[in-house]
Design a protein around this ligand. Structure first.
Ligand SMILES: *Cc1c(COP(=O)(O)O)cnc(C)c1O
Length: 376
C-alpha cells in the first residue's frame, strides 16, 4: 500500500506534470513574472468558472479577506461577525484592521455559522458578516443574505475551503459559493481544493465599484502609476502560480468529485456506528470535502489519533482552539464569550485523510483502523 498522507499534492502533480511544466517554463521564458498574461488569463477563467463579474487575484487567502474588509471603509470599533470555529485568518484580519470581531456560534450539523445566534448578535454597530464554508460545506447563504439585506450589513464569504461547491437556493437556482455575498475570498494554498505550488488567493465580486476599490487596495492604493489615492497593500498572485492554477482549474470539478467519492466511501464504512457522526450534507449545497471531519461520541480522541498514527494513518484536529479561546483576542475581552457548541466541537472533531489521489486499499486500511479502535 502507498503511504497515507493527509494530502498528496505530489501524486496529483505527476498526473498533470507535462502541462504544468510547460506552462511554468513558458512564464520563465517570457519573464513576465508579475501580472503577466497568465495572471490575466487566470482571472478571466475563474470569472467564467464562478460566473462572477470580477476576480481579483492576490497573494493569499488572508490578504483576500483583509482587502475585502478594507474596501468596505469601516471605522475602528465597527463590529464584524464571524464564526469562532474557523481557521484563525478569518478573525485575525478583523482585529488587524482595528475592527471588533464578534464571534458567532456554529451549527452542530454544518459546522457553519448559526443563523439564530447571528441574528441575536446583530447590533447597530454590525457592519459585516464573514461566513466560512468550513470543510467544504457551505453556510446557509440564503438565510444570511436575507438577514444582511434587512439590516444593511455587508457579507464577505470565506470560500477558502469550498471553491467549486454549488449553493442551491430554495427555488432551485444554483450559484457557486463565494459569489453569493457582496464579496467572496478564496485561497490557493497548496492543500486547498484548488491549490497552487506556493501561496495565492483571489477575491470576487459582482459589484463594479467594490472591484475597482479592491484592485486599487491590492496595488498600494494606486489609481494610476505613482498616484496613490488610498492606503493599500501589496498583494499579487505571481505569474508562475497563475499559470499552474490555469491548468488545475480545468480539473477542479474532477478533483472535487474525487473528494466526494472518498467521503462516500467513509460514510458507507461508518454507517450505523454510534460513536461516529459523519459529515452532514445540507440540502442547500454540494459538499466539496476540503476536510472529512467526524464528530466523536464518547471516544478518547487523543488515543484514537495515537492508535491511527501507529497504523500509519495521519489524522488531524481542525481546529483544536477556537477563535474566542485564542490568546490573540484577549485584548478584546471576548475570551469569556459563551459558545458551547463551538467548544463542544473543538473537543470532539477529528479529520481523516482526504484528497484526490486516494486508492481503495488506503481507504480500506483507514476505515478498518478507525473501526478497530472504536469497537475494541
Ligand atoms: C486557508 C484559509 C484561509 C487563509 O488562506 P491563506 O492563503 O493561507 O492565507 C482563510 N480562511 C480559511 C477558512 C482557510 O481555510
Amino acid at each position: 500500500m502507498r503511504p497515507i498522507q493527509m494530502v498528496d499534492t505530489r501524486s496529483q502533480y505527476l498526473k498533470i506534470k507535462k502541462e504544468v511544466d510547460e506552462a511554468v517554463l513558458e512564464v520563465m521564458g517570457s519573464s513576465a513574472f508579475i501580472n503577466g498574461p497568465a495572471v490575466q488569463a487566470f482571472a478571466k477563467n475563474l470569472e467564467n468558472y464562478l460566473q462572477t463579474r470580477h476576480v481579483i487575484p492576490c497573494a493569499n487567502g488572508t490578504d483576500a479577506l483583509q482587502i475585502a474588509l478594507m474596501a468596505l471603509g469601516l471605522q475602528p470599533g465597527d463590529e464584524v461577525m464571524t464564526p469562532s470555529f474557523t481557521f484563525i485568518a478569518t478573525t485575525e484580519v478583523v482585529a488587524l484592521l482595528q475592527l471588533k470581531p464578534v464571534f458567532v456560534e456554529v451549527d452542530k450539523q454544518t459546522f457553519c455559522i448559526d443563523i439564530d445566534d447571528l441574528e441575536k448578535k446583530i447590533t447597530p454597530q454590525t457592519k459585516a458578516i464573514i461566513p466560512v464554508h468550513l470543510y467544504g460545506q457551505a453556510a446557509n447563504m440564503e438565510a444570511i443574505m436575507k438577514l444582511a439585506d434587512k439590516h444593511g450589513i455587508a457579507v464577505i464569504e470565506d470560500n477558502a475551503q469550498a471553491i467549486g461547491a454549488d449553493f442551491i437556493f430554495g427555488d432551485g437556482t444554483k450559484r457557486k459559493t463565494g459569489t453569493i455575498g457582496h464579496i467572496g475570498c478564496t485561497s490557493f494554498y497548496p492543500s486547498k481544493n484548488l491549490g497552487a505550488f506556493g501561496d495565492g488567493g483571489a477575491i470576487c465580486t459582482d459589484d463594479d465599484a467594490l472591484a475597482a476599490k479592491m484592485r486599487m487596495i491590492a496595488n498600494h492604493g494606486q489609481s494610476k502609476r505613482y498616484y496613490h489615492d488610498t492606503v493599500g497593500c501589496n498583494s499579487r498572485l505571481d505569474s508562475i502560480q497563475a499559470a499552474i492554477l490555469n491548468i488545475k482549474l480545468q480539473h477542479l470539478d474532477a478533483y472535487n468529485q474525487a473528494r466526494q467519492a472518498v467521503a462516500h466511501f467513509y460514510n458507507q464504512s461508518f454507517l450505523g456506528q454510534d460513536k461516529l457522526t459523519v459529515p452532514f450534507t445540507a440540502p442547500f449545497a454540494t459538499h466539496v470535502y476540503h476536510q472529512y471531519t467526524l464528530i466523536l461520541n464518547d471516544v478518547d480522541r487523543d488515543a484514537l489519533i495515537a492508535y491511527l498514527g501507529e497504523k500509519g494513518v495521519p489524522a488531524m484536529i481542525y481546529y483544536p482552539v477556537a477563535g474566542h479561546q485564542q490568546k490573540m483576542f484577549e485584548q478584546f475581552k471576548i475570551g469569556q464569550q459563551n459558545l458551547p457548541v463551538t467548544d463542544w466541537l473543538t473537543s470532539r472533531v477529528v479529520s481523516l485523510p482526504i484528497h484526490t489521489e486516494m486508492d481503495e486499499a488506503q481507504l480500506q486500511w483507514i476505515t478498518q483502523s478507525v473501526l478497530e479502535f472504536i469497537n475494541q
